[in-house]
Design a binder for this molecule. Structure first.
Ligand code: GLY
Length: 361
């Protein structure tokens, strides 16, 4: 294991936990599980992560743990309650009891469902996360949001349930398709813009290394994102205020994804376009040159990272319709994360018509 493993604490009183970030940090799995005491382990994963899951299962068995395996069908289309039932049933048939530990190995879909299953199984058993995508390392595996999709929309059923540990091992990103890794960088940019000028400057400096998957630059980016997320979640676990900032870029991003029926666009790519839209809206509301400069700065960074930047190619009537039906809408306004320069964002209620006028010109 490399020297440079960092520990980031998510401070939530008795439910506090550490997110460990580094190369080779997955080797800590048996000791992380040992720290939780006795109990059998249910390892949940899907097909693409089989090699990492096999390695984890062998390591746990060598350390004397009884392990039950649950393999899920891969893909967002399986993020539903039937798949969660598979996890519940694997645990119950495998005689996992209340001392049991459920371990999710995979991307955001596996992580969210595994966490939901753990939060409800026997009224809640311990949870560990070993995220294997950049997106899940920098966002979904940390902070305790769990959930499944319903026909009415994404993630509409879920719980807040914090893991006991998270291991973000950059080695697992070496098997991630390049496009998926790059899409995950959009959430890194989001975190940096929420965090500070210094974090955005770091990404600007590291952009080409990040695009090529350089391990040291990727670790720095994950650490920055997880630190920011840990701070926000510690302040506002249940998203009554500050945590909403993490939705920066998501309102228009989701509308673009939904208009394309989630095909041909990755979540991170939608977020990249959504952040450009949010800066454009800020500039229009402030009617200022400084706002336009911020948009140009963000576009330059996204381009350097290999993310989509041609917002106007995506904005059509269909996207506009999806914006109007946004779940964050209250009456004729939408709760919108409005960015200023890095480190200065605010949540404002904006009339839908104002958004349409600023973006669909
Ligand atoms: N992904 C946004 C949040 O965890 O609040």
């Amino acid at each position: 294991m490399s020297e440079s493993v960092s520990s980031i604490r998510v401070d939530l009183g008795e439910r506090s936990y550490d997110v460990r970030v580094g190369s080779g940090v997955r080797a800590e799995l048996p000791q992380q599980v040992d720290a939780l005491g006795e109990g059998d382990v249910l390892v949940v994963h899907d097909g693409p992560d089989r090699p990492w899951a096999n390695e984890a299962i062998e390591a746990l068995r060598r350390a004397g743990r009884r392990v039950v395996e649950c393999i899920l069908p891969a893909g967002e289309e399986h993020k539903d309650i039937r798949t969660v039932e598979k996890i519940w049933d694997a645990a119950l048939e495998g005689e996992i009891d209340r001392r049991g530990i459920v371990l999710g190995i995979g991307g955001g879909v596996v992580g969210d469902m595994t966490a939901f299953a753990a939060s409800t199984l026997l009224r809640g058993v311990r949870l560990g996360q070993l995220p294997t995508t950049l997106l899940s390392m920098v966002d979904s595996s940390v902070g305790g949001k769990t959930g499944v999709n319903r026909p009415q929309g994404k993630n509409l059923v879920g719980t807040f349930y914090q893991p006991s540990f998270v291991l973000c091992d950059v080695d697992t990103l070496t098997t991630l398709p390049r496009g998926e890794r790059i899409a995950g960088l959009a959430e890194v940019v989001k975190s940096a813009w929420i965090d500070s000028e210094q974090s955005v400057v770091m990404l600007e400096r590291d952009a080409s290394s990040l695009r090529e998957g350089d391990a040291a630059a990727t670790i720095r980016a994950i650490e920055m994102s997880v630190r920011l997320k840990a701070r926000i979640v510690s302040e506002d676990e249940q998203e009554t205020g500050t945590r909403m900032l993490l939705n920066f870029g998501h309102t228009v991003g989701h509308a673009i994804e939904a208009a394309l029926e989630y095909r041909g666009i990755r979540h991170g790519e939608g977020v990249a376009l959504g952040m450009i839209a949010a800066l454009r809206l800020s500039a229009a509301l402030g009617e200022n040159e400084a706002g336009k400069q911020q948009e140009a700065r963000l576009v330059a960074l996204l381009r350097e990272l290999g993310l989509p930047i041609h917002l106007d190619d995506y904005l059509d009537e269909n996207v506009s319709r999806h914006l109007i039906s946004d779940k964050k809408r209250r009456g004729s306004s939408i709760r919108f994360v409005l960015p200023g320069p890095p480190g200065a964002l605010e949540i404002r209620s904006i009339p839908v018509e104002t958004i349409r006028e600023a973006l669909f010109r």
